[in-house]
Design a protein around this ligand. Sequence first.
Ligand code: NAP
Length: 258
Amino acid sequence: MRRLFPSPLSPADLDDREWGPAELADLYAYPADLPAGTAWLRANMVSSLDGAAHHEGRSQPLSSAADMRIFGTLRGLADAVVVGAETVRQEGYRPARAREVFAARRAALGQGPAPVIAVVSAGLDLDFSLPLFTAPLVPTIVLTGADAPAERVAAARAAGAEVLVVAGEGPGVDVARVPGLLAGRGLTRLLTEGGPRLLGQFAAAGVLDEMCLSLAPVVATGTAPRIMAGPPLAVPERFALGSVLEDGGFLFTRYSRV
Ligand SMILES: NC(=O)c1ccc[n+]([C@@H]2O[C@H](COP(=O)([O-])OP(=O)(O)OC[C@H]3O[C@@H](n4cnc5c(N)ncnc54)[C@H](OP(=O)(O)O)[C@@H]3O)[C@@H](O)[C@H]2O)c1
C-alpha cells in the first residue's frame, strides 16, 4: 500500500508495503475537536470502476484484502456502525468483534471494546435469532419508525436488542435525526456501511460528514445501484479530498464535506 495524497512526505511513503492497523488508525482517526454532543458520520463503501455497489447482491466480489483491512480499521475506530436492514440481510451481518490491536486506543478514548451495530429498518423483517441480536458484545440497536409492527418490536427486544423509534413525518426513520440521537447516547464517532438506499438518505439529509470510498479496479456492468440511491440534492454537495492510498490498483479515498 502506498500513500498518494497528501503528497508523500518521504520516499518511504511511496514504498509499496503493508500498512499496519495502527498506521491506518492514525490516518483515519475521527476529528478530535468535535463540539460536545455532536456526531461525525463517516461512510465506508466500495465501488467498481463503473459504479456498481455490489455484484449479485454482495460487496465481497468488489473488495480486496487491503479494502477489508481498512473496513476493519474504520470499525475499530467507531462508536457505532449504522447499517440498513437490507445489507444486514444480504451480507449476513454478525456482531462486531473486539480486536486487540485497537483495545488500547479505544480505552484511551473511553470507547467500549467494539462498536455498537445500529440497524435501520421500517418493517423489522429481520431474523432476531441471529448472533447479531442475541450474542453481541454490546447490545445491537434497532432504529425504526413510527409504523414499526408492534410484534416485531417485541421480538427484537426479546432477543436483546434495544429498539429506538426515530420518527419524523414519514412512516420510517427520520435519518436526519439519527446522528443527533446517537450522539445523545454518547455515540459520536459514527460509521455507516450503507447500503446505497440508507446512505443516499443520509447524504440527501445533509448529515454525511465524510466519505471513505474504495474504488475497485474492476468492471461489473449490470444493474447494481451506485453507492448512494436516495432523493436527489438540489445542488450537488462538495467534498474535499483528505487522503488517497493505493494498493493493488485499488484506490482508497477519503473525502470530508466542505
Ligand atoms: N459497495 C458497498 O460498499 C456496499 C455497502 C453496503 C451494502 N452493499 C450492498 O447493497 C445492497 C443492499 O443495499 P440497499 O440499498 O438495497 O439496502 P440498505 O440501504 O442496506 O437497506 C435498505 C433497508 O433499510 C431500511 N431503511 C432504509 N431507510 C430507512 C428509513 N428511512 N426508515 C426505516 N427503514 C429504512 C429498510 O429496511 P426494511 O426493509 O427492513 O424496512 C430498507 O429496506 C446489498 O446487496 C449489499 O451487498 C454494498
